[in-house]
Write a protein of this length. Sequence first.
Lengths: 521, 430
Amino acid sequence: MTPVLDLRNITKQFPGVLANDHINLTLEEGEIHALLGENGAGKSTLMNILYGLYSPDEGEIYIRGQRTQITGPTDAIRQGVGMVHQHFMLIPVLTVAENVMLGEETTKGLVLDRKQVASRIRELSQRHGLEVDPDAKIENLSVGVRQRVEIIKVLYRSANILILDEPTAVLTPQEADDLFGILRSLRDQGVSVIFISHKLREVLDLADRVTVIRRGRVVGEAKTEGASQAMLAELMVGRQVDLTVEKKPAHAAETVLSFENLKVLDNRLQLAVNGASLDVRAGEILGIAGVQGNGQTELVEALMGLRTVQNGTVHIAGQDVTNASPRTITECDVSHIPEDRQEDGLVLPFPVHDNLIINTYYRSPFSKGVIVNQQAIVDQADGLIQEFDIRTPSAAVPVSNLSGGNQQKVIVARELNRPIKLLVANQPTRGLDVGSIEFIHKQLVQKRDNGAAVLLVSAELDEIMGLADRIAVIFKGQFTAIVDADDVSKEQVGLMMAGNSLEEALANAPRPTTKERAIVT
Amino acid sequence: MAATTAPIASIGSYAARRERRKAIAYGVFFLLVALAIFFFFVRNSAPGMESTFKLNPTTKEKVIQLGDLVLPTYQTLLVLATVVGLLGLYQIMRGFKRVVLVLGLVALLFVFAFLVWAVRDKSINLLGILTFTVAAATPIAFGAMSGVMCERSGVVNIAIEGMMLTGAMVAVIVASISGNLWLGLAGAVLISGLLGVFLAILAIHFRVDQIIAGTAINIFALGITSFISQRFMQPNPALNSGGVFSKVAIPGLSQIPIIGPVFFNQSPIVYILFLTIIAIHFMLFYTRWGLRTRAVGEHPSAADTLGVNVFKIRYVNVIIGGMIAGVGGAYFTIGSVGRFDEAITAGKGFIGLAAMIFGRWNPFGAYGASLIFGFSDALQARLQVLGKTQVPIPSEWLLILPYLVTMIVLAGVVGKTVAPAADGKPYTKD
């Protein structure tokens, strides 16, 4: 049988990088095919070529046996190729129907025929279980629903080849499960799906076949039946990867961070943190588990002096730092890995070496009086690039040129290269590939073993279960429970994240069996 | 379970406390307005005075005649001060649901009080003020429509002023030479359209900073029109006498009391404005072109991935925007005074941009805002006519009024408005 899609010898050269090096990929009708690879491996480039956003330097595209030229999205759409981009291509102020019909508008005379579009959307949502209101504005929809709209956009154009670029990166676990259900049902109706991911478990869970790409080349192709995470991880990274976190029992000592009855507002002036109290001790990792949007962001910002504390107190190493300036807090030997590395963690156009000192630039040896010592900055950067294995052509390139994983390593290097008492890490591995996740996890554990208190905030339950010594579950701005990690199972924490109390969770979910080991996904 | 039930009440109370403070601030402001009416107007008038507002056009036309509105000055002002005061008290104690509407009402009452006081023992033709308001609002509204066209597609057009200025000059020159006002209008549209092409090439193709590109066009327009005016038009008055479109009364509509003479006995250019506003509204919100325009102005890469040609949409919009500004420019010369003077547009293009923002990038909203600016223009003209004894404010200060209103509106009343998300950002495919 001819494959639906056949990419042959696709090659794409960007200045300085060979993004795709003679890539071959076949997609059979009615299969879910995963494209697996680390960040920067060339997955998105390949798919953008298929969708006509880039033109390949070399290679051919065959769709249903026919050689085709795809020079723009219009060509791709005409060939039945649809793409759901990693960053949604939706216009927030327009309605679902308007977003769906854009570019393919149905009109009655001059006037847009919104009714007909809405009824087609309803029909599609019913057939594929993609519940959505055609008249709702995108800005009022949750991320999961927005993704449904993206899928409807593709189906509306009668696409039968569906590309999804890292679709689960922005979803809660529940939303991801829903998405998988939808994709399976689409597959059963004959749609062929290409699923780009770097999450091993998802790939094994969902896909029928998987193609692994490393540094622009196909390094393996397999049926997912019988494949293991370890095997895929090794293919993807090119070496054996430690999927479990090695750590010795914690030796918790004195309290380093302590906050009491904290109340913090979010940007819409609603109470996001509502009376949270917690102690974090030296030598332990305290993990805050919770579905995104339950006050984690505001809590961390308040602790770091980035957001006003309305009520309550924060003490670090015995000193009252409630509403202190970020510099004062940094000077208490506190490090912060912010949630959004590009927004809050780095100055993207600045070179790597400047990004490595933006929290300590005013200190010796980087500054003498008002003069900056460029040599000291560059020297320190060269050392840190070695030590933290930051992959960059040089310390002088803008940090925006680095891959996500390496950008995060720049932040980690900056925050962890000095002796600290407290590390606050908010979503430190979000969107990173296996290799970088492994590296950052080791760094966190190492800081703990050196006697620092670590506050880890993560929406990845596996990460919390694997790293934390104690777990605090946050729900609607309050801690539902603060427990020893060994006393609860993953399912029990999951229930509490959904709003159940500790008692309910303990009664309704399996108890922890042996020590649960997290598998990095 | 405490964790889920407790937060709700206190989340409410935090937000509520803030809302309450804001509500009280509004109420206090209303009370201050009431006091102002009392101290400035009531205390400076006496019982027995009368304020007369004429409601009939001065020209002799077939209009249903209305009686003059004669109000006892002192008593009317007292009532107005009391009403505003009561609104303030109610706002403080209970709070209005749609306080912005009440704010508008209070502003209206204050202006009315001011008028009642200014014409104490005199008479003023209210209809004349309103007719002049529509006329003064016209070039502002054309500027605003030009802005709506460009900015909805994501290109900031700060060059409207320069486009109008050039259009104003070309209109009068072409009309003078050809003797045909419509040709003059076409000339203005053409030249401003060309400036639109120029802006589009700079902003879209070369991705020049749009503010700088627009400013360059403004400076260029001011320079070239001043040069041509001094060098050719002043020595040669035949080039600067194109005549003026005469007013056209629309049969039927112009006979409606008040509205008729105000809106439907105007220059043909004013009617072109009405058609333009309706057309832009219809196109923007009901047609394929409008959907694509809004999409491109909000999120060009999303539109691009669906096969919409971002550059084409922006080019078309900016050029049409330029042409609209040209009509507005023509109004300054062949629409009202019939001759060109240096810098005749006097910043009306920028006020048009302010009207666009105040109107939240919507054609009808922008026209409403233009009318407010036009009204302040008309008011200052009439107040000067009334003389120093009636209104003891120096005429220079009165001239500031329209611009003062612009600043107050932009800074205070409008507050946070949301521009199209990609407004002013050049689009690059990557």
